[in-house]
Write a protein that binds this ligand. Structure first.
Ligand code: GDP
Length: 453
């Protein structure tokens, strides 16, 4: 593979910038742009060693004084010889050094090029390569934890377990096909069904974890609904950490239309249309019910706010009717005041209820726990292996084949028919791990990466 070079640090001003050069021949290129200050000969440098010196341009003028680190194949991130030049962290200086490196024969690295090379050189399977990107883009402890799980090969390991069972099955089926008249194969419909059932359960578990991952990565679309003046805006401000809207004593006078994400514990709530939080009386009258209903229907999670300091009204009963079959949490707000709200309607409908005071910011942590519980996301599930969308597609394809194979056996089909289906399942799993994958898939995976990684 050719030598590629790219700036691995973010574009901007900082303490350091790193220019990474990878591929056979990168040491030669480094020798041409970098002159050690002492007697060090770059070609003789061992892996994991560095030296101080100067990068010069084509006219032999010093661009910057830098540290050069050498990594020797296969003990580098990409698995190839690699050189990293750490220079002063300026946009101009780092780009000038990159240009000098390219002028000496390196090609400019594409998005994710270094990680792609690591994959192509067998340093990472595809799931671990994808995890590198997840680690970079992690926004919370839980996301980072999941990405680390992926990076340490948890998904790969579990997919491998399925592959091994499938391969055993395929081997038995092959013997059965090759020697149809003899009793060479130990396979029976029952034993095949047992193995397929095992694979199916494992794949179903993995597929189910997708939702946890998705919720943690992307957040959950949330509708905050309730009558005017129950404290929706106050709760919203409390979650977002600062005042975003006008909170008034007069019902329905908060007028801002805000679309925003707020973090609640481990989960990001995407408040898709906060106009619902800030309805005016006028809007309530005109489109209130319809609007709230649309908001409820289009959201994954509903937080219904009630005023604990007022008795229950017909509107509250109606709201409960609307939300009771949804993923919802009831907030009985203003628990710093005397409580007059009869919560029987909530308990009767098995709605998870949190008593809090948005104004006093008291009980928000309980709301976080309730939301996690309703969404089925708990600290324990973070240690699970959450799969991404591409991986889920592969898993679901494999699952479909396994289910079809089970049906075929139950319908009395011969193993040669079943064989094709099991083999298709195996192909999908190989695509997941990247062991057998088309160039197009690889390119798609790495196109989401940043340049320099
Ligand atoms: P919204 O119309 O549902 O958005 O309600 P607001 O957030 O505008 O709140 C209406 C009124 O209730 C304001 O005067 C708030 O200060 C008050 N309020 C909100 N939450 C609480 C609370 O927890 N305790 C008390 N005592 N008052 C609250």
């Amino acid at each position: 593979m050719s030598v590629v070079a790219g700036i691995s640090t973010p574009r901007g001003t900082g303490g350091l910038a790193v220019i990474r050069i990878s591929g056979e021949g990168c040491i030669d290129i480094a020798r041409r742009v970098f002159k050690p200050s002492g007697s060090t000969e770059i070609a003789d440098m061992k892996g994991y060693t560095c030296c101080y010196g100067f990068v010069r341009d084509e006219e032999n003028k010093i661009i910057d004084d830098c540290i050069l680190t050498v990594f020797r194949a296969p003990h580098s991130y990409t698995g190839e010889d690699t050189v990293e030049i750490s220079c002063h962290g300026g946009v101009y200086v780092s780009e000038k050094i990159l240009r000098a490196v390219i002028a000496c024969g390196a090609e400019s690295a594409g998005a994710g090029e270094f990680t792609k090379r690591a994959f192509l050189n067998g340093k990472l399977d595809l799931t671990r390569a994808e995890a590198v990107m997840d680690v970079i883009s992690a926004n919370s402890e839980a996301e980072l934890h999941m990405a680390e799980n992926l990076r340490t090969g948890a998904v790969f390991g579990r997919v491998r377990e399925c592959s091994e069972i499938i391969r055993e099955l395929l081997a038995s089926v092959a013997v059965w096909i090759d020697y149809p008249d003899e009793d060479m194969s130990d396979i029976t419909p029952d034993s095949a069904l047992e193995k397929l059932g095992e694979v199916r359960t494992k794949l179903e578990d993995l597929s189910a974890n997708y939702d946890t991952g998705r919720i943690l990565r992307e957040g959950v679309s949330t509708a905050v609904v309730g009558k005017p003046n129950v404290g929706k805006s106050t709760l919203f401000n409390c979650l977002s950490g600062f005042d975003r809207s006008i909170v008034t004593e007069i019902a329905g006078t908060t007028r801002d239309v805000i679309e925003e994400s707020v973090r609640l514990g481990n989960i990001v709530l995407r408040l898709a249309d906060t106009a619902g939080i800030h309805q005016t009386d006028e809007i309530v009258e005109k489109i209130g019910v319809e609007h709230a209903q649309r908001l409820i229907d289009s959201s994954e999670l509903v937080i219904a706010v009630f005023d604990g300091s007022c008795p229950c009204t017909a509107d509250d009963f109606e709201l409960v009717e609307r939300i009771k079959n949804r993923k919802c949490v009831a907030v009985v707000n203003k628990n710093d005041r005397e409580q007059l709200f009869d919560t029987e309607v909530l308990t009767k409908n098995n709605i998870l209820t949190v008593y809090l005071s948005a104004k006093e910011k008291d009980g928000i942590d309980r709301l976080g726990k309730a939301v996690e519980s309703v969404l089925g996301v708990s600290p324990e599930t973070f240690s699970e292996t959450a799969v991404n969308e591409r991986q889920k597609r592969c898993i679901d394809r494999a699952l479909e084949c396994v289910r079809e194979a089970e049906s075929a056996i139950k319908a009395g089909e011969m193993f040669d028919v079943v064989n094709v289906l099991i083999d298709d399942a195996e192909q999908s799993l190989l695509e997941l791990t990247g062991e057998r994958v088309t160039e197009a898939v690889v390119n798609e995976v790495f196109s989401k990466f940043c340049v320099g990684k």
